[in-house]
Design a protein. Structure first.
Length: 588
């Protein structure tokens, strides 16, 4: 072990001399308290260390010991349903040991060393295996089969493999490599958090991540393996939107990182998720969720580690062949931690004091998302989708973190405080948001939902865009000066906003909307617009068209249950035809 002594203390930054044999990013133990730190800069034999715990009370001359290993996470059964801090310490276990106050220097294994798991082998003695191959499975929860993979740097002939009950420390297989050396393989492996897990091939995203949120799925979809940003001012609904996506997204595994946000937001997650039933599995949402809780009152340096801890865990499940969704709330707090450490290191500041390498660090994080084929003899296809919240000061997205993020991500869900104050949820502004996956996902929607999907989406977007232009005119000359056709566009756009885009997050039915129901809802609004347009051309009055009884039925359709929606859809179309006095062909 390499020993050094403290020469300087500046908040979470500690400088130690006598560390010339230490490597960059090695984990060190600081002082007799064994505070966990990480080497982030070397000058001769002086090491600059960011300490992931409170440094008050440290003194010059105290001992610093290098472990000789980079900051790593433990990957194995026991992750699902777990609640960890930014450096993967299990908070539930710590509470059992020392209560609700987190003491400094406490060491508790990330994964339970005593819990018994049932390991079922998937390979036989004498079989050749390669790094990344699945050698067996453990049923971690009722909905997650945990695939035990060979570490990427191991491979050879299986000499021994044993099924049955075991702990994460037990050896379940022995593999002989090409040199004849034996390697004991357990059901747990370690991986450095700053190093992305390897894959054989990166593929283009081809399937949408269905979230059940209409404004996202219909207008600004994200692909499985895609990256999205949710910037918005305080109180505009970033966290609630991320909670909704975490609850209902079409993902096998969800990793939720609370990075520097308020503790009560993580409390909401901990209280809600165990009680909520996953519509895909019928089980508790916690049976497919991993939580990283690094709230604003925790040491600032640990925010940086929490982002990497979360995405390494997510990559591990991606390599099993699962679709993983990662929520980072928020990357702005992580960037603030970078800024604080950069300032204490006396680096040359960039824009608004952020370090010059802010953009590259963000890119390194988001580039770990994607749809990939795993390494190994029989590659598995998995996806990792990353959705990061950005909290710009004053809601100004021209600030560096927002701009650096927008240069990387392909989906921008811009939250609008004006919409939020109007109680419009999700408060995603349809005029400023965009998705670069729309064209690549259009075939999927046409083949799996309806061949009318793309034309309906274009009609809805056109109505919203034209409404914005007409509103400017209304402010100048009043609505009575508009032509009947333009007034109908405003009415139809209002129906899009209030009846389709507005969604009640806490309503039993409206909280989640399937793709087929979204199609039916868009179809109803567009049918109302097109049939009313025909009626106006035949001489109908705009006041009559805008006050049809069927409009209330269209507005209430969002609260219709899935099993009743087709019958209700047919009834609403019939009422529309009846009121306008035109014949209407019923759609299947």
């Amino acid at each position: 072990m390499n020993y050094g002594t403290i020469t300087k203390i500046s908040g979470p930054l500690v400088v130690a001399s006598g560390m010339k044999d230490t490597n960059m990013f090695d984990v060190v133990k600081v002082s007799e308290l064994n505070l966990i730190g990480e080497v982030i800069e070397m000058h001769g034999d002086d090491a600059s260390i960011q300490v992931y715990e409170e440094t008050s009370g440290l003194r010059q001359g105290e001992k610093v010991v290098s472990t000789g290993e980079p900051l790593s996470v433990e990957l194995g059964p026991g992750l699902i349903g777990g609640i960890f801090d930014g450096i993967q310490r299990p908070l539930r276990e710590i509470v059992k040991v020392c209560g609700t106050n987190l003491p400094r220097g406490i060491e508790v294994p990330s994964l339970d060393r005593e819990k018994q798991w049932v390991f079922e082998p998937a390979v036989a003695v004498g079989e050749r295996v390669f790094g990344g191959d699945v050698i067996g499975t453990v049923q971690e929860t009722e909905v997650v089969s945990h695939k035990i993979m060979l570490p990427p740097d191991k491979g050879g002939i299986v000499k021994e493999i044993t099924g049955g009950t075991c702990t994460v420390d037990d050896v379940v297989a022995i593999v002989l490599d090409e040199k004849g050396q034996e390697h004991g393989i357990g059901i747990m492996q370690k991986w450095p958090v700053r190093k992305g897990r390897p894959y054989s091939k990166k593929l283009s995203p081809k399937e949408p991540l269905i979230t059940g949120q209409r404004v996202i799925d219909s207008l600004f979809p994200i692909a499985k393996g895609g990256v999205a940003a949710i910037p918005g001012p305080f109180g505009s609904g970033k966290t609630v939107t991320q909670h909704q996506i975490a609850k209902w997204a079409d993902a096998d595994i969800v990793v939720y990182i609370g990075c520097g946000e308020r503790g009560n937001e993580m409390t909401d997650v901990l209280n809600e998720f165990p009680e909520l039933i996953d519509p895909r599995t019928g089980k508790s949402l916690m049976e497919r969720t991993v939580l990283i809780a690094n709230t604003s009152d925790m040491p600032v340096a640990a925010r940086e580690a929490s982002i990497y801890t979360g995405i390494t865990i997510a990559e591990y499940f991606r390599d099993m062949g699962y679709n993983v969704a990662l929520m980072a709330d928020s990357t702005s707090r992580w960037a603030e931690a970078l800024r604080e450490m950069s300032g204490r290191l006396e680096e040359m500041p960039g824009e608004e004091g952020y370090p010059a390498y802010l953009g590259s660090r963000l890119a390194q994080f988001y580039e770990r998302a994607g749809r990939v084929e795993s390494v190994g003899k029989t590659p598995r296809e998995g996806t990792l989708s990353v959705i990061g919240a950005v909290s710009p000061a004053g809601g100004d997205i021209s600030e560096p973190v927002s701009q650096a993020t927008l240069r990387i991500v392909k989906v921008f869900w811009g939250l609008d405080s004006a919409l939020a104050y109007k109680r419009h949820f999700p408060a995603i502004n349809w005029l400023t948001s965009y998705s670069l996956y729309t064209n690549s996902l259009s075939d999927w929607f046409e083949n799996n939902v309806s061949d009318e999907w793309n034309s309906l989406r274009e009609t809805v977007m056109r109505l919203l865009s034209e409404e914005s232009e007409l509103e400017e005119m209304v402010k100048l000359v009043g609505i009575d000066a508009l032509s009947p056709v333009d007034r109908l566009k405003i009415e139809a756009a209002r129906s899009v906003r209030e009846d389709f885009l507005h969604q009640a997050a806490f309503h039993e039915v409206d909280t989640y909307t399937s793709s087929h129901k979204q199609y039916l809802m868009m179809k109803l609004v567009c049918e109302y617009y097109e049939k009313s347009l025909e009626a106006l051309e035949k001489g109908a009055d705009i006041l009559f068209v805008s006050s049809l009884k069927v409009r209330e039925k269209i507005g209430r359709f969002k609260y219709v249950k899935e099993e009743e929606m087709q019958n209700e859809f047919d009834a609403v179309l019939s009422l529309l035809a009846e009121e306008l006095g035109t014949e209407e062909k019923k759609e299947d």
